[in-house]
Design a protein around this ligand. Structure first.
Ligand code: NIG
Ligand code: FE
Length: 423
């Protein structure tokens, strides 16, 4: 029997949507207004996009079940947009469980790093690991993330700190992007730490003169696709001036600037990111008022990482101040050997309890805002499908099940709370 539509999700206890009147991101007021349909249904068209969504009885009156390839009865369940994880370091070998004991005994993140552990430990093991082993562990981590609801994940390199291993990591990410049913945005993070035996100046020179030119070659030859450039801008890692040169060089290659800033010390990273037109800055535990104002003005997203503040007992990121100032606030798991969390629901929970975000704010931060992109990803696949997702607009777009731009909403424009007859 031929059918017109791919999927009907019917009779959900609640359908929660990000209100979408074409916004590519949400700030303070928009983040407060989620659309909740009590007893709702969703129609997914043959193109994989949401075609209609509304109260179950309205959808039932408009669509015959026989016209669907598949019907899911979501009675008693809540349907949410696909979650997006805006910051992860998922490619590495060698666990760092032993460092947990050191930290519990009082060592700080930088104490461990200066003693040659932390990122340096992971670099040693990742350099020695075979690409296939890295791909296997990456795949199982991505599967765990997907099981927790993540549909799009940003994945960084950064445990090579030299050309060969950085390329190996990016190739592993590219292979995962090609073969796994999860969307990936990839980030070159060759400036994640200063390699042992090198000065900041030497490390910066290597990135500018060796790593980035080779990356450019690989990208131009179509062998590698990289979306973003990252630097760990921090005391004892990359200072503001080396961060600026590396980010600017990445931007010149067409990469989006998306970097670690103002985490352990106020570095004026936020001001630098705003000045360079950064897409996003992560961490920001130590961001200043001036930095917040600069980010709001530049529309640079703040990627907040509550797992890191938790495990390192850092001051909480200033979510409320950032939100009040109108900054685009997003969330990420920061999955890495130090903060081992694959679950965006846990991240949202921590954001609510520790950073005092509301539940609607946390959901918007873990969906539409975390998916902020300055340019289309033409080959992006929908979870589980093989079809190409067509971006809605040339500027920013949201990816995943939260993506509604081409869909019509059934009987609700824009959707607000529907009090269904049946509860
Ligand atoms: O975002 N701060 C720098 N980078 C990571 C940690 C990486 C690691 O410790 O391996 C972060 O928390
Ligand atoms: Fe990180």
């Amino acid at each position: 029997m031929s059918s017109n539509h791919r999927l009907l999700v019917k009779n959900a206890k609640q359908v929660v949507l990000i209100c979408n009147s074409g916004e590519k991101y949400l700030t303070k007021h928009g983040m407060k207004n989620l659309c909740v349909i009590e007893n709702g249904s969703i129609v997914i068209g043959s193109d994989g996009l949401i075609k209609a969504v509304g109260p179950a009885e309205t959808i039932r009156a408009q669509y015959s079940e026989a016209a669907f390839d598949k019907v899911i009865d979501a009675t008693g369940m809540c349907v949410l947009p696909g979650l997006v994880d805006a910051h992860t370091h998922p490619v590495w070998a060698g666990d760092r469980v032993h460092e947990f004991a050191m930290k519990l005994a009082g060592a700080t993140y930088m104490d461990v790093h200066r003693a040659g552990g932390g990122i340096h430990f992971t670099v040693e093991h990742t350099r020695a690991a075979a690409a296939l082993d890295l791909l296997a562990s990456l795949s199982s981590r991505l599967v765990r993330m997907q099981r927790a609801g993540t549909t799009l994940v940003e994945c960084k390199s950064g445990y090579g700190l030299e050309l060969r291993t950085e390329l190996k990591m990016l190739e592993v990410i590219e292979e995962a992007r090609r073969t796994l049913p999860i969307n990936i945005s990839s980030t070159y993070c060759g400036a994640h730490a200063v390699p042992k035996g090198k000065t900041v100046a030497e490390a910066t020179e290597d990135i500018l003169q060796v790593q980035l030119p080779r990356l450019k070659e690989q990208m131009s030859a179509g062998k590698l696709r990289v979306d973003n450039i990252d630097v760990f801008c921090e005391q004892g890692v990359f200072d503001l001036s080396s961060t600026r040169s590396i980010l600017q060089a990445g931007k010149n290659l067409g990469l989006n600037i998306n970097f670690h800033g103002d985490e352990l010390h106020p570095m004026n990273s936020a001001q630098l990111g705003a000045e360079l037109g950064a897409l996003a800055i992560s961490h920001l535990e130590e961001v200043t008022d001036e930095g917040i104002a600069a980010m709001a003005k530049a529309k640079t997203a703040a990627v907040l990482l509550p797992t890191t503040a938790y495990i390192l007992r850092l001051p909480q990121p200033r979510a409320r101040d950032l939100l009040e100032a109108g900054v685009i606030v997003a969330l990420g798991s920061d999955f890495n050997p130090n903060a081992y969390c694959c679950s965006m629901p846990i991240v949202m929970h921590l954001a609510c309890v520790n950073m005092r975000m509301s539940m609607p704010e946390a959901l918007a931060a873990a969906t539409i805002n975390a998916a902020l992109r300055p340019r289309p990803l033409p080959h992006t696949r929908l979870p589980g499908g093989q079809q190409t997702w067509r971006p809605a607009g040339p500027q920013h777009h949201a990816v995943g099940a939260s993506d509604l731009p081409a869909g019509r909403t059934s009987g609700a424009r824009p959707l607000r709370r529907h009090q269904g007859q049946r509860r």
